[in-house]
Design a protein around this ligand. Sequence first.
Ligand SMILES: C[S@@+](CC[C@H](N)C(=O)[O-])C[C@H]1O[C@@H](n2cnc3c(N)ncnc32)[C@H](O)[C@@H]1O
Length: 277
Amino acid sequence: MDGTNFRRAIARTRLAPVAAFPKRFLRVARHDARVISVSARWLLTSREHHNYTYDLTRLSREHLAWFVSVTCEVPVKQARQYLAEIERDDALRQHIEQATAASDRRGLADRKVRYARRIGWYAIVRAIRPAHIVETGVDKGLGTCVLASALLRNAADGEPGRVTSLDINPEAGYLVRAEPWAAVVDLVIGDSIASIAALDRPVDLFLHDSDHHTAHERREFQAVEPKLAPGALLLTDNVTITNVLAEHAEATGRRFLAYRETPAGHWFPGDGIGIAW
Ligand SMILES: C[S@@+](CC[C@H](N)C(=O)[O-])C[C@H]1O[C@@H](n2cnc3c(N)ncnc32)[C@H](O)[C@@H]1O
């Protein structure tokens, strides 16, 4: 009996799982060793303790370009150009580096500027040219800077807009308190549900990124619904955790898609972008 026939004969017996165990063990051990090595390097080199930053893998970035292309109905070449545009924005990068180094929270922030899936937010804003964005959850203001940068480019193209950014923490948004980005940002401090209820202008693009508990996310989408302009887009940063936006899309007759990012060289499995339109 040759090797192949022997393996086939074993596969038909109750010994099969025992015979396959060393190979299976090696597979999972190699995978786990990679995760442990990336995690150890991160523990020693990064200072971040939440809201992690990283670059996307090349493949994940390419999938993001297609995600933007399909959902915003722009050619994929255009979507790729938008992603490259934010990555080449040296003024924004330098500002974030300097503001991070000067902030009270510098001990818990990395020096290198990395936007992760936020480059997709940028491309969406460049593609649909919203007059009014509402972002819930600001933290340092990294996403707000990215949104503001897209709005400034839109304004240079003759299509201006503003972002209203909502956070419950009065210290949120320190990255975005500088010109020219601050000129297109209205920072509102308070609970997002109350702040959404107080909005006095129609919303073209809404992004949930605040309290990620299912009930709060659901309340935000319900609260913003009467404030939306016709054809408004809804985004969630919580799409890998809840199905809230998909359910909201179904209940309101919209389409829904989810993009899941893959961080490059990071232990964190990544978040994503959910979109309803
Ligand atoms: C994940 S961070 C936001 C990240 C940010 N969008 C970015 O791009 O880096 C979540 C933020 O939501 C804020 N937050 C939590 N609960 C909130 C609420 N009920 N209303 C408004 N903001 C809230 C927190 O203070 C925190 O700054």
